[in-house]
Design a protein around this ligand. Structure first.
Ligand code: UDX
Length: 444
């Protein structure tokens, strides 16, 4: 099949385009970001993501993928157009549709044959309605075009794996013809005929769910809001555990063994970050507000997440006086496995500490700041240099690399012997035995 992806150099567009090209489709990824398009044409990925370089190499050498800034030829030739542009939040939490509108315009000006337009970006139904109205000015739905919502559930850092091993494929549409075409697009993945050898879990079945457009979008919003709820829940329980002498790691394990609960998204930490969970909760709140509803849970989940940073600061203050201390922070990305620092708890902590006049040293194995955010901040490429003379080490991202380091050496070079482990990744008994004062989340 011939497929065009608008927003093809962005996170979701790029992984989706490469995945579909690896399945054998002829894919054109269109994007206005010229530099990224050039980088991709040179065989390099603009994002840090496991397995991406090898899929990119496969697809460029098979000729199944092309990258361009020019939408005209590929859109008019394609059977399927996938919209994967960014959907940032406005101040009120509702979605800014600027990029969606520009995608709609690009499709409108290159409309020739019947097309299925697939909304991959996470947007409320209003955006789909807008698209329908615009296309319907000159074309007829069902005859010239159909619209499908096919949400993505890709986790950053595991996105290539998730593309080839989806837990479900949701196809939301009121058109049987469009449903069949999109199911066909995924056919070789569903039947496990094609994939990426090193990561495809061949025995795993992939359910396909046909829904209405609105349901497909709510499946996406509901999933992210539910994951966020679990995280806020476990963080709240962790706080209580400290006061009753329980260990949240044991509690979380014991709860997760109940198959009705399950073990994932019960890891306490510095609060959820990244470009999606908070944005999607805000979008749900805005949707409810615009319809005159007063919903409670989504707001509380966000509120709990906002105070989680105060928890980390409280722990730091228990060991040192912030404005007189040198604080080392390990981990800048919003989670391990990615260089993405959007909405990262670590960045939030750094901003908070900067206002309290702390001197900060930062180390992350992969992520960095594009521009300096404070004069009192120093970035290090070596973990050992980053802790020299520090009063306290705060671990904010769960990079496995942090488990490999020599903590006796770190103990020797630090001025204060304090560790706040905001991800509960270190072996606390071992760290305490070295002489450190150790503080985790929800553990005593
Ligand atoms: C999320 C969804 O998981 C994915 O399906 C969707 O398509 C995009 O949004 P992502 O933003 O990559 O993916 O992050 P995710 O892995 O879900 O983690 C979000 C945040 O929650 C991270 O900051 C992570 O560290 C934190 N987290 C996650 C916890 O604090 N505890 C957990 O148990 C799990």
């Amino acid at each position: 099949m011939k497929i065009s992806i608008i927003g093809g150099a962005g996170y979701i567009g790029l992984i989706t385009g490469l995945g579909l090209a690896q399945l054998g489709h002829k894919v054109t990824n269109i994007d206005i970001a010229e530099e990224k398009i050039k980088t991709l044409l040179n065989g390099k990925s603009p994002i840090y993501e496991e397995h991406i370089e090898s899929v990119l190499e496969n697809c460029l050498s098979s000729g199944n993928i092309n990258f361009t800034t020019d939408p005209s030829d590929s859109i008019s030739d394609s059977d399927i157009i996938i919209i994967a542009v960014g959907t940032p939040s406005n101040k009120g939490g509702d979605i800014d549709l600027t990029q969606i509108k520009s995608a709609i315009e690009q499709i409108k000006s290159n409309f020739k044959t019947y097309k299925v337009v697939v909304m991959k970006s996470t947007v409320p139904l209003d955006a789909v309605e807008l698209m329908r109205q615009e296309f319907s000015k000159q074309h007829q739905e069902g005859k010239d075009f159909d619209i499908v919502s096919n949400p993505e559930f890709l986790r950053e850092g595991k996105a290539v794996f998730d593309f080839f091993n989806p837990e479900r494929i949701v196809i939301g549409t009121n058109s049987e013809k469009a449903f069949k075409l999109i199911e066909e697009m995924y056919r070789d993945l569903i039947d496990r005929k094609k994939g990426l050898d090193e990561i495809s879990q061949e025995n795993k079945k992939i359910p396909v769910l046909k829904t209405s457009l609105a349901s497909a979008q709510m499946i996406k919003y509901g999933s992210n809001a539910f994951l966020a709820t679990r995280i806020s829940f476990i963080n709240e329980l962790a706080e209580l555990c400290e006061y009753v002498g329980a260990d949240i790691n044991e509690v979380s394990k014991g709860m997760g063994l109940d198959s009705r609960i399950g073990e994932s998204y019960l890891q306490p930490g510095p609060g959820f970050g990244g470009p999606c969970l908070e944005k999607d909760l805000n979008a749900l709140n805005a949707l409810a507000k615009n319809r005159g509803l007063f919903l409670k849970i989504f707001k509380e989940v966000l509120e709990r997440n906002n105070v989680q940073i105060d928890e980390i600061i409280r722990k730091i203050k228990k060991s040192v006086s912030i404005n007189e201390s040198l604080i080392t922070i390990w981990g800048l990305s919003f989670k391990a496995g990615t260089d993405d620092i959007r909405n990262s708890s670590s960045v939030r902590l750094i901003e908070n500490l900067s206002t309290l006049n702390a001197k900060i040293k930062v180390f992350d194995p992969v992520a960095t700041f594009n521009s300096p955010i404070s004069k009192d901040l120093e970035i290090f490429e070596d973990p050992y240099l980053s802790v020299e003379d520090s009063d306290i080490l705060v671990i904010m991202t769960e990079w496995p690399d942090f488990l490999e380091y020599d903590y006796s050496r770190i103990f020797q070079s630090m001025r204060g012997k304090n560790i706040v482990d905001a991800r509960n990744i270190l072996n606390s008994s071992f760290i305490k035995a070295l002489g450190f004062s150790y503080s985790g989340i929800g553990v005593i």
